[in-house]
Design a protein around this ligand. Structure first.
Ligand code: SAH
Length: 469
């Protein structure tokens, strides 16, 4: 996972301080507020969204602004204390460093480091750390506290006078001022084994066991949804932040938002899906975090299948070691349906009209049988220059089974700036109204439509069938 520290800057004065901080923090990236801050590594438009995305992606955050703004922006997503990255507010003139969140993940260590760079004191407020001179909860990287949930009580007990004994080798505690006693009631255990922590005990597991799988690369096949980032699931946003390599069509990469300079973009217009899938595995097998971008849902006429198929046929054990995940997105049919009402509210089928990968006969058969069975339809890949006659033929088949006034929804560029949505009747549907950026929804015999106040129509297919209950 990429965990480069993110330095967020809102003012020109802050940028000077940010450069100073960056000079002492390897791999950190300066994000500047668009139009206010010039010369940052990357820019952002909305402070709240940016800090929340970075936080959820696990990046240490150094905000060159007030503690109040920082906390208020994160308040809605503060949940899991153990999992959060360090978050600090630094005065934009560099005069003070305030650790705010991420006590179990080294915020005080980072605060001291930044304070040393700026030559000011760090505003440490953690009583256990002030008293014992160490952040017990933040061991070096090769150790992991397995039961952080017990830490608060453990430290409170020490502050209240209980003594502690150490089992195993804890070099980072050598200089600490812990109340040590061979018969201590509290126990700090350092081990490479998987042990369950007892009461009054903190267990630090050394990397011999915990890091067993950490060279493992990761491949995430994600769906962006139709386009608007509001329709992108949070797990996808997080994964995009964490990615080291991003693969996909250039259009989708642009849709996915902005990337940091440390992220590598592999834009492709390569139509060979299997080739792209193999490229993704090759990268991930070297231990990198790779994201493969699809629009809509990655499992609907998109990259997830090619990726899994490539894995199925791969005899390279390194590919099978890769941690593979598929993250869903809102597919075009669902996005268009929701804009128009609920035309897919009853049984429906999704058919791609592209005969690039399947024979046209099977498409005709499916349309005819599904139309006869009175399914509603969503048609993807409806028409293109090399495939001009297929859509007219599909319309002809539909008209055999559906009445002329059957509602048809044409959704084009749904969720994108050029979005259009029209509801027409089957008898008025012509291929000229449709292109590759359109999804066509054709109603069943029960699909109804009526005018919406303010223009347009509501279209819906009732949940019931036959006679109304
Ligand atoms: N994985 C995508 C579908 C890829 S197939 C998804 O789940 O949405 C490409 C087809 O999807 C296009 O030809 C078009 O029919 C449809 N499509 C994709 N995005 C669309 C959008 N934003 N608006 C309308 N149709 C879209």
């Amino acid at each position: 996972m990429t965990t480069s520290p993110a330095i967020l800057v809102l003012s020109a004065l802050g940028l000077q301080t940010a450069f100073q901080v960056k000079s002492g923090l390897n791999g950190s990236i300066i994000y500047g507020l668009d139009k206010r801050v010039e010369g940052a590594d990357a820019s952002f438009e909305n402070f709240g969204d940016t800090i929340r995305d970075l936080y959820q992606a696990g990046h240490p955050i150094i905000a060159l602004c007030s503690a109040g703004i920082t906390i208020r922006s994160l308040a809605s997503i503060l949940e899991n204390k153990g999992a959060e990255p360090p978050v600090l507010a630094v005065a934009d003139d560099g005069s003070t460093v305030v650790p705010l969140l991420g006590g179990t993940n080294g915020v005080n260590v980072l605060a001291r480091q930044i304070a040393a760079i700026l030559n000011v004191p760090a505003a440490i407020t953690t009583s256990g750390e002030l008293r014992f001179g160490t952040c017990l909860l933040n061991p070096p990287a090769e150790f992991r506290l397995t039961n952080p949930e017990s830490a608060k009580t453990f430290i409170a007990d020490m502050l209240a006078g209980k003594t502690v004994r150490i089992e195993g080798n804890a070099p980072w505690l050598a200089d600490a001022r812990l109340p040590l006693d061979d018969n201590g009631e509290l126990l700090i255990r350092v081990t490479s084994d998987n042990v369950i922590a007892g009461e009054n005990e903190l267990v630090f597991q050394s990397s011999a066991k915990t890091d067993e799988t950490s060279p493992r690369g990761k491949l995430s096949v994600i769906g962006l949804g139709p386009g608007n980032p509001d329709f992108m699931v949070p797990a996808v946003k997080r994964t995009l932040q964490q990615a080291q390599d991003i693969l996909g069509y250039e259009t989708y990469i642009r849709m996915a938002g902005t990337f940091r300079p440390d992220q590598t973009i592999h834009a492709t217009d390569n139509r060979e899906e299997m080739q792209r899938a193999r490229h993704a595995f090759e990268l991930a097998a070297t231990g990198r975090s790779v994201v493969m971008i699809s629009s809509g849902d990655p499992g609907v006429f998109a990259m997830a299948t090619a990726v899994i198929e490539a894995l199925h046929h791969a005899d390279n054990p390194a590919w099978h070691e890769v941690e593979l995940e598929i993250l869903p997105g809102v597919s075009a049919a669902l996005a268009a349906a929701s804009k128009s009402g609920a035309p897919l509210g009853h049984d429906f089928c999704i058919i791609s009209l592209s005969d690039n990968l399947k024979p046209w006969e099977i498409i005709e058969k499916r349309i005819s049988l599904a139309a006869e069975a009175d399914f509603a339809f969503a048609f993807y890949n409806p028409i293109s220059k090399p495939r001009p006659w297929q859509l007219p033929r599909a319309i002809e088949l539909l008209r055999k089974h559906r009445k002329p006034d059957t509602p048809v929804v044409l959704g084009r560029d749904i969720g994108r700036p050029a979005e259009t949505l029209r509801t027409i009747r089957l008898e008025d549907l012509t291929p000229e109204q449709v292109d590759m950026r359109t999804v066509i929804i054709v109603g069943s015999s029960l699909t109804r439509t009526f005018p919406k106040t303010g223009g347009g129509n509501w279209t819906y297919t009732p949940r019931w069938y036959g006679t109304k209950p």
